[in-house]
Design a protein around this ligand. Structure first.
Ligand code: MV4
Length: 453
């Protein structure tokens, strides 16, 4: 096991990693920016190193400064958390070159799964369902036309290096195809420095279902069942839950096992998530693989009892996974609300500033992952998530009731948060019946706007 790990992140995930390391008897070093000087999580670290000014390109994205901090504090590994450098294969490679373990996959596995074209090819080999589409990158206009004709319109043009909705173009008929191809290429080149694009059949009404996986350096890979992340707005998830509702166990196991086979085929070490879209007839199609620990990982921890961050650290240190597939048992239902410092009544405007009151809820089956306490000032430089409220219940009905009660108990002020919106979503018919698709939150917000104006 490592003696000391450096955490190249901030906020709640930095605290989450500190907790896991502490249980393993591993010391922690936190790097922080000038804007995070008073970050409460820093008090929990064994050491802290300032790496630059508030803007992340000058601190949390500075590979040179992070490596220098790891070397001066003699850290033997780096945990990247999520966001920032977590899915940067170059960073993972620099860590290894400097003889610092990267707590995550090898740069090769990260690149293989991070590129959507090579990931799709790998998925096909491992029997993971994918959308019909181009076998590889689209290089010629003629190929685009013939692929789209074969799979049928509508199709979607996507960037191989894309993710989170950037570099995508929906194409409804052949007349739009060539222009979409060209503009997707240009956007991808500008955003990712890689203009490669591919084509898939476009699915209109879908649910977002993802499978949590873990792999070790000994060729073992397991899945930890699934989560539903359909409740999102502009590619920002608002509510996640697990297991994904309304999926029969036989189909669920088949998809989850196919995800684990993909992770195994990629010789993957650490935590990975395979994202799928599911249509109304319960057909699954893999979208992409996230090669990091995700924000919503506590949902899986609540329903399986597995500490995902500890498993990541253990696997990076060369240990075997603590669980075989048959050791992973599903229990009850979990829901997570991402509490953002944003005003949902004013176009989700960020609400940086002083948090005078922060009274978190508690009780049976209630978990709050947050770095915030009363008196904390939310800096304007970073993501607006200030807490994750996670509940566990014996079934979905109990989890919903518990979440509503916990939201009512949660007092945050004077800054506005997304909690009142979460409360309304938990009561809307589509959520209650889990009869929803990836556009339902936006449609609900539009309806609310019409009522108030
Ligand atoms: C799709 C799709 C429909 N058909 N691919 C959006 C982000 C990126 N991860 C992939 N995305 C989508 N890919 C096909 N073939 C619809 C989306 C999509 C979406 C996916 C998941 C969650 C929310 C979404 C919102 C809009 C579009």
């Amino acid at each position: 096991m490592f003696s000391r790990i450096l955490i190249a992140n901030r906020g709640e995930i930095a605290l989450r990693i500190i907790r896991a390391a502490r249980e393993l008897g591993v010391e922690t070093v936190c790097v922080y920016s000038e804007a995070d000087r008073d970050g409460p999580w820093l008090e929990q670290a064994d050491r802290k190193v300032c790496i630059g000014p508030g803007p992340s390109p000058e601190s949390y994205l500075r590979i040179d400064r992070i490596i220098a901090a790891a070397e001066t504090t003699q850290a033997d590994a780096i945990h990247p958390g999520y966001g920032f450098l977590a899915e940067n294969a170059h960073f993972a490679e620099v860590c290894l070159d400097c003889q610092i373990a990267f707590i995550g996959p090898s740069p090769e596995a990260m690149s293989l799964l991070g590129d959507k074209v090579s990931c799709r090819a790998m998925a096909k080999k491992s029997g993971t369902p994918i959308f019909p589409g181009s076998p590889g990158e689209i290089e010629e206009e003629d190929e685009a036309i013939s692929v789209a004709e074969t799979i049928g319109y509508p199709v979607i043009v996507k960037a191989a290096a894309g993710g989170g909705g950037r570099g995508m173009r929906i194409v409804r008929d052949e007349s739009e195809l060539i222009a979409a191809l060209e503009s997707a290429r240009q956007e991808a080149q500008a955003a990712f420095g890689n203009g490669a694009v591919y084509i898939e059949k476009f699915l209109e009404h879908a649910r977002h279902v993802e499978v949590q996986c873990l792999g070790d350096q000994h060729g073992n890979a397991i899945h930890l069942y699934n989560r539903d992340c359909t409740s999102q707005r502009r590619h920002q998830k608002l509510i996640e839950e697990g297991p994904a509702p309304h999926i029969d166990p036989a189909l669920r196991d088949e998809v989850c096992e196919s995800a684990a086979r993909l992770i195994q085929a990629a010789k993957y070490c650490g935590a990975a998530t395979c994202e799928f879209l599911m249509d109304r007839d319960h057909n699954f199609y893999m979208l992409e693989v996230n090669t990091r620990i995700q924000v919503e990982h506590p949902v899986t921890e609540m329903i399986t009892g597995v500490d995902l961050v500890k498993e990541m650290i253990r696997c990076a240190a060369g240990e075997k996974l603590s669980y075989k597939q048959s050791d992973v048992k599903l229990s009850g239902h979990s829901i997570e609300c991402r509490v953002n410092a944003e005003d949902p009544d004013r176009g989700f405007m960020p609400q940086p500033g002083n948090v005078e009151t922060f009274n978190a809820p508690g009780g049976l089956g209630v978990r709050v992952d947050s770095h915030v306490r009363s008196g904390y000032r939310v800096p304007p430089n970073y993501d607006s998530m200030i807490a994750k409220l996670i509940v566990h219940g014996r079934d979905r009905t109990e989890a919903i009731a518990r979440m509503k009660s916990a939201i009512d108990e949660f007092k945050i002020g004077p800054i506005k948060t997304t909690l009142p919106l979460h409360r309304r979503l938990l009561e809307c018919e589509q959520f209650v019946n889990a009869d929803f698709d990836i556009h339902y939150v936006e449609r609900l917000l539009e309806r609310e706007e019409q009522v108030t104006s």
